[in-house]
Design a protein around this ligand. Structure first.
Ligand SMILES: CC(C)(COP(=O)(O)OP(=O)(O)OC[C@H]1O[C@@H](n2cnc3c(N)ncnc32)[C@H](O)[C@@H]1OP(=O)(O)O)[C@@H](O)C(=O)NCCC(=O)NCCS
Length: 170
């Protein structure tokens, strides 16, 4: 979805993903593709097609991750999608942090907290969910630090959720 939303948490700033980010995102996603359900290698044209389809999609907020100490430098991405207006829930995912550009500990955790803060404060959601492969211990650790708890499982994945009442500082 074409949007103009920005949010932040700790050292992390989230801004709308733009066309100029696509190649860095493609390279980062390809390098980490086995941490996702869809593992195919993404070519440049596929990435451009995906971005065009994303822009046309309603209720899908794709963010670029930047650090407040190094504004303007793309270091990763995160998204919020699957909005259910009745139950006031959505899912976060497509989470990526380039550890060569953002080696500091806690950046992924803060990116999750930033996107959840956007969901709770700006969209007024009651719950944010996520799915993570059971083999992806690093993402599980980052998500747990951000406040995610296990709510179930789906085959090879854990189903996670964050409910704002559990956290005071959103
Ligand atoms: C998942 C990801 C976004 C997390 O970002 P990050 O900046 O590394 O996250 P954080 O530093 O906040 O937290 C990572 C934690 O995992 C820990 N960790 C690192 N490797 C680990 C491993 N193999 N097993 C368990 N924990 C691990 C880190 O030590 C850290 O915990 P700590 O702060 O207690 O030391 C990032 O690593 C990434 O892009 N991974 C590849 C793509 C991916 O898996 N995306 C998620 C798909 S659901």
């Amino acid at each position: 979805m074409k949007h103009a939303c920005r949010c932040g948490y700790g050292r992390v700033l989230l801004r709308p993903l733009e066309e100029r980010d696509l190649e860095a995102l493609r390279v980062l996603r390809n390098a980490n593709r086995y941490f996702f359900n869809t593992t195919g290698y993404i070519e440049s044209q596929q990435q451009r097609d995906w971005f065009a389809a994303y822009l046309a999609k309603p209720d899908d907020w794709m963010f670029a991750v930047e650090l407040s100490a190094r504004p303007g430098v793309f270091v990763g991405a995160i998204a919020l999608y699957g909005l259910d207006r009745e139950t006031k829930t959505a899912e976060f995912g497509r989470t990526l942090v380039d550890k060569t550009l953002a080696p500091e500990s806690g950046i992924g955790t803060e990116a999750v907290r930033a996107v959840c803060r956007f969901a709770f404060r700006e969209l007024g959601l009651k719950k944010v969910t996520a799915e993570v492969l059971k083999t992806n211990l690093r993402a599980q650790r980052a998500y747990a630090k951000a406040g995610c708890v296990v709510a179930g499982e789906n085959g090879e994945s854990w189903l996670l959720e964050i409910i704002p009442e559990q956290e005071e500082e959103w």
